[in-house]
Write a protein that binds this ligand. Structure first.
Ligand code: MTE
Ligand code: CO
Length: 439
């Protein structure tokens, strides 16, 4: 998405906000002054438990038991159950400039654990998905190196392999929500993030092979798509933990994710993870590419823009209950969520059910990995009362996920990037859940 596209849509949304204000006022009364603004998309209606066919229930023999099932090899590449057809990537019409320059969102609310299945990883392309022929794929290294080299995919696979889980988050994740609650869905508010296990080669190993000249301080990473997307990366990060990945979750990268090879820049904004990577140029200063000057800078209140805001600060979200996952049962329930930090491991996640007045520690589930999504859960009782559900992540540097008010104080509301503020789900008395802004 572009700044102007999002801004104009923010304005369009604001223009339609009269009836939302009325709703907000009545809620304010209900919740003791807490709620200020509400999400603008229709809330999904409360889903009742699907009707069961009594013939299939105990003590009867269900219809799938007495007969042979489908044989092996009906689906040479396995697909999920047809009953899971709703678990898909989704896009937002007003954020879709064109199918080739667009974004869709991961259905975080439908997932367990920390792995994003390959077919559900959100996609962000600036020039569509190129069909790269693996035999014709090359990675070229040039600039301030001793030996300018060109690698095939097989060449890359002969380097020592590393296998690491990392999250990739677009800098614009939640970018529509700087000014208020905009999109009524966990998928839309948080879904520009995915977490897979990458297999590939350390860039430090490739650097050793080509020999880096002492003057080399920056690397320009360039994609092979029609957007020719490129970014400057400081040499320290390249040597620290960057990878060229050729696999995700055990199989070849998907075309959407950069087949046959992409750059992995752990913990840093998704825009730098150049897909279909074709060239690394070593230089002595940043290249000031379009994606780091006109885009992916954060416009502050005073008109200055923060540049090179690479790290994705600690963030978390409650995936259930959420607008797509209303509470269906009174009594015992399980709250589920995800937390991540571009600075290291998550050390703690606190959950509030009353808009931030009281907090309790959630359980963090193994594995808790460096710069990876971390799963948390918290059992809770619900007796039909209003809840204002929030989560707050902390990482190993001691950083605590901020409130939106604290973030706005520091950065204003002009940016569409790097919104890692605590979000709020309003659980209503009928169990439906809405994205709201409180303050
Ligand atoms: N690399 C190339 N070559 N072209 C692109 O359009 N989009 C970037 C980055 N790398 C992009 C790219 C952006 S903005 C993001 S957020 C991530 O890829 C998205 O990666 P994904 O599509 O695997 O989710
Ligand atoms: Co992005």
């Amino acid at each position: 998405m572009t700044t102007s596209k999002t801004d104009s849509n923010l304005i369009a949304q604001e223009g339609q906000s009269a009836d939302l204000d009325t709703v907000a006022v009545s809620r304010r009364k209900l919740l003791g002054g807490a709620v200020l603004a509400a999400g603008s998309l229709a809330t999904p209606s409360l889903v009742s438990a699907a009707e069961s066919n009594p013939d299939n229930l105990p003590p009867n023999v269900p219809e799938w038991t007495p007969y042979l099932g489908e044989g092996v090899d009906v689906n040479p590449y396995g697909m999920p159950s047809e009953h899971e057809a709703h678990v898909i990537r989704r896009s937002v019409e007003w954020l879709t400039a064109s199918p080739e320059s667009s974004v869709n969102f991961t259905p975080l609310h439908e997932l367990d654990g920390i792995v994003t299945p390959n077919g559900l990883c959100f996609e962000r392309h600036h020039g569509g998905v190129p069909e790269v022929i693996p035999q014709d794929y090359r990675l070229m290294i040039n600039g301030l190196v001793d030996r300018e080299l060109i690698f095939t995919i097989d060449d890359l696979k002969r380097f020592p392999q590393v296998n690491r889980f990392h999250f990739l988050e677009c800098a614009a994740n939640g970018g529509m929500e700087w000014r208020g609650a905009q999109l009524n869905g966990c998928q839309y508010t948080f879904g520009m993030v995915h977490n897979v296990q990458y297999s590939g080669v350390r860039l430090s190993d490739i650097c050793r092979e080509v020999g880096i000249k002492p003057e080399a301080k920056w690397v320009l990473a360039e994609g092979g798509d029609s957007a020719g997307m490129n970014r400057s990366i400081p040499i320290e990060k390249i040597l620290d933990d960057c990878m060229i990945a050729y696999s995700m979750n055990g199989e070849a990268l998907r075309p959407e994710q950069g087949y046959p090879a992409r750059l992995v820049v752990p913990g840093w904004e998704g825009n730098m993870w150049v897909k279909w990577i074709r060239r690394l140029e070593f230089g002595d200063m940043p290249y000031m590419a379009r994606e780091e000057t006109s885009k992916y800078t954060d416009l502050m209140e005073d008109g200055n823009a923060r540049m090179f805001t690479w790290v994705m600060d600690a963030k978390s979200c409650v995936t259930s209950p959420s607008p797509e996952k209303p509470i269906l049962h009174k009594g015992q329930n399980l709250l589920k969520g995800l937390a991540w930090s571009g600075r290291g491991k998550i050390t703690r996640v606190d959950v509030s059910l009353d808009g931030g007045r009281n907090w309790q520690a959630a359980e963090l589930h193994d594995p808790v990995l460096d710069k990876s999504l971390t799963r948390f859960t918290l059992p809770f009782q619900w007796n039909g009362e209003d809840l204002l559900v929030q989560s707050r992540a902390m990482d190993e540097t001691g950083y605590v996920q901020p409130t939106i008010q604290a973030l706005q104080k520091e950065r204003g509301v002009n940016s569409i990037y790097h919104n890692n503020a605590i979000a709020t789900w309003h659980v209503k008395t009928n169990g439906e859940v809405e994205n709201v802004r409180i303050g």
